[in-house]
Design a protein around this ligand. Structure first.
Ligand code: ADP
Ligand code: MG
Length: 597
């Protein structure tokens, strides 16, 4: 046996090594440097911030940030790089009323420990000889001198990770890093519309915002008028939180959550619970795998927030998280409820130009709903009498006054292809209505309205016997409580058979008991989605199966009744799967198509 090696002895690490280790938490990647520098500039009261990133050979080689904030004195310019040096708090109690983005006093020390930094700074209102230049390499001060420099601060970071080879090796591709940096800059710019922010990569301008008191201007600058024109304002103050900003109409969506920008007290953050609350606020307005475009800023009493849970301050911890999330969910839901959400008609997948939206950048990654929706499989034709019966079932009072409806009053012109109802509004807009989707929505709201009346079920004249495979039977057995709650009376008949005695009253008097068979078949066939409860799934299936089908010829009277009923529902603009119920061709758009403008 050999003696344990020398390096088993415990020793206190030298400050340089401590800094390098600590730096790993704050500076995970080049984008972290950008975030810290811009946050410092914002805290310094800058009105314009310019970030320049250089790259060569697929790597980021330099990051420079210029601001016109308060600047630093010669002494502070050195102190700023000391670990745990900050001008923003003096005790832990200050965190309860924190108004700045920084407070840990770690960023500059961390960055300087693992790169080469040049700082030029001059305090606001300082004389010409009050400018300072500091050069630091791997935490060692190489230069501290007087220099001529404009008011504010310029920091240049080069050779990032030069002395931490392991970290250097794990860098993402240049494209990924630039995308990440762009996202951070966008988030910071959106949290601060009052600041003009520029991002330049190898002389190419990637982001440019102007100072504006209006968030909508910043959004339009960043993502184009096509996006800003498709947004709905949100503005609500509740007990623990005020929510303001903009959310997209359901017709504008993304395949991921990257355009969901949330700030809390002007701090751009990522928060999974708040993101989920927003998505849930859309409910059935968005189909799965579609995400809204969101720019929301939350104002919360600082004592309810802990920003000190993550070294890079990306995450925040909220007390009363449940109440805050519920409030956000409500704010989103209500904003959508009071808005006319009929999407504009599109041709060949692109919106018809109304002459109002000049060239918008990078809108290609957005979806516009009506055209490329998923294929719908629907059963076929049923007959006018059945249609009448189906429509009458839905004539129950829904408690919403038609004259307060967000759906415009429409006059039926006719029906196209046995699928679409053609209608017009007072203002001369043409509305195309998907009759199945509309009826499905009406049925869905009827089914999901929790009714406590005892007569939810309707007995079948002749009970139906259904035979199933062993697997399906097991599934049905599992779902029996949900089916019962919805109004089905089903008995397990043994040997994988079931006896259906009664059905929900919304299905009406059933001439065709096939419907019961179809509903149960759907229930066992479809893979359940995450986040969708069995009850919700059943409600959607009942709605879909009991709604009039595409291919059903509707009389003028029937179409009229359908549109009248639609004015009574809460969420008239999409079917329960998130497809639109109608599409609008405005008078303006039509004039544009015929070049009448
Ligand atoms: P923190 O932001 O947590 O205070 P930093 O390490 O990021 O810690 O910065 C240390 C200090 O340096 C800040 O508290 C601030 O006083 C000063 N500072 C950093 N960047 C700037 C800047 N761009 N303009 C003015 N002062 C700055
Ligand atoms: Mg900072």
């Amino acid at each position: 046996m050999t003696d344990p090696p020398d390096n088993r002895t415990i020793r206190i690490l030298d400050p340089m090594t401590v800094n390098k280790i600590a730096a790993g938490e704050v500076v995970e990647r080049p984008a972290s440097v950008v975030k810290e520098l811009v946050e410092n500039a914002i805290d310094a009261g800058a009105r314009t911030i310019r970030v320049e990133v250089s790259s060569s050979g697929g790597r980021i080689t330099a990051i420079g940030a210029t601001d016109n904030g308060i600047g630093m004195t010669a002494d502070d310019a050195i102190l700023a790089f000391a670990p745990h040096a900050t001008s923003k708090i003096s005790s832990i109690a200050d965190l309860d009323s924190l108004m700045t983005l920084g407070f840990r006093g770690e960023a500059l020390a961390s960055i300087a420990a693992i790169s080469k930094v040049t700082l030029c700074t001059k305090p606001r209102g300082g004389r010409a000889d009050e400018g300072t230049r500091v050069v630091i390499e791997g935490g060692t001060i190489m230069e501290h001198s007087e220099t001529g420099t404009p008011e504010g601060t310029y920091i240049l970071v080069t050779d990032l990770f030069f002395n931490t080879p392991a970290r250097k090796k794990f860098q993402k591709s240049l494209a990924a890093e630039i995308a990440h940096i762009t996202g951070i800059i966008e988030g910071l710019a959106l949290a601060h519309p009052e600041i003009s922010v520029h991002l330049i990569h190898n002389a190419k301008e990637l982001v440019m915002t102007e100072q504006s008191p209006r968030l909508l201007d910043t959004i339009a600058r960043l993502f184009g008028n096509q996006v800003s024109a498709d947004l709905i304002p949100v503005d609500r103050t509740m007990l623990y939180v005020s929510v303001s900003g903009y959310i997209s109409r359901p017709s504008l969506f993304r395949k991921n959550q990257r355009r969901m920008f949330i700030s809390i007290n002007s701090r751009y953050v990522s928060s999974a619970p708040i993101t989920s609350a927003i998505i849930e606020g859309y409910g059935t307005l968005l189909s799965k795998e579609r995400f809204p475009v969101v720019f929301l800023s939350l104002t919360i009493n600082p004592t309810l927030i802990d920003v000190n849970v993550h070294p890079a301050k990306k995450l925040v911890k909220l007390s009363h998280e449940r109440e805050i999330c519920t409030a956000v969910w409500e704010a989103v839901k209500n904003a959508l409820l009071i808005t006319d959400l009929i999407p504009a008609g599109t041709v060949k997948g692109s919106k018809i130009s109304t002459g109002r939206s000049p060239g918008a950048p990078s809108s290609t990654t957005y979806g516009h709903a009506p055209i490329q929706s998923s294929v719908v499989s629907e059963p076929t034709h049923a007959g006018i009498i059945t249609t009448d019966r189906q429509l009458r079932q839905t004539e129950l009072p829904t408690g919403i006054q038609p004259d307060t409806s967000v759906v415009p009053e429409m006059e039926v012109i006719g029906q196209v292809g046995g699928i679409y109802i053609l209608a017009t509004t007072d203002s001369g807009d043409l509305i195309l209505v998907d009759q199945h989707a509309v009826h499905e929505r009406i049925m869905y709201e009827l089914v999901s309205r929790k009714s406590d009346s005892a007569d939810q079920s309707q007995e079948l004249i002749v009970p139906v016997i259904l035979h199933r495979s062993a697997g399906d039977a097991a599934l049905i057995r599992e779902l029996l409580p949900v089916l019962e709650e919805e109004g089905f009376v089903i008995e397990d008949f043994g040997k994988n058979s079931f006896l259906v005695r009664a059905v929900p009253v919304v299905l009406g008097k059933l001439e065709q008991t096939d419907l019961v068979d179809e509903i149960l078949a759907d229930l066992t066939r479809e893979e359940p989605e995450r986040f969708v409860s069995s009850r919700e799934r059943l409600a959607r299936i009942i709605a879909c199966r009991s709604a009039i089908k595409a291919g059903t010829v509707c009389t003028h009277e029937q179409s009229k009744r359908l549109l009248q009923q639609l004015r009574n529902v809460k969420n008239p603009f999409s079917c329960p799967h998130g497809r639109p119920t109608m599409v609008r061709f405005s008078r303006d758009q039509m004039d544009g198509m015929f070049r009448r403008t």
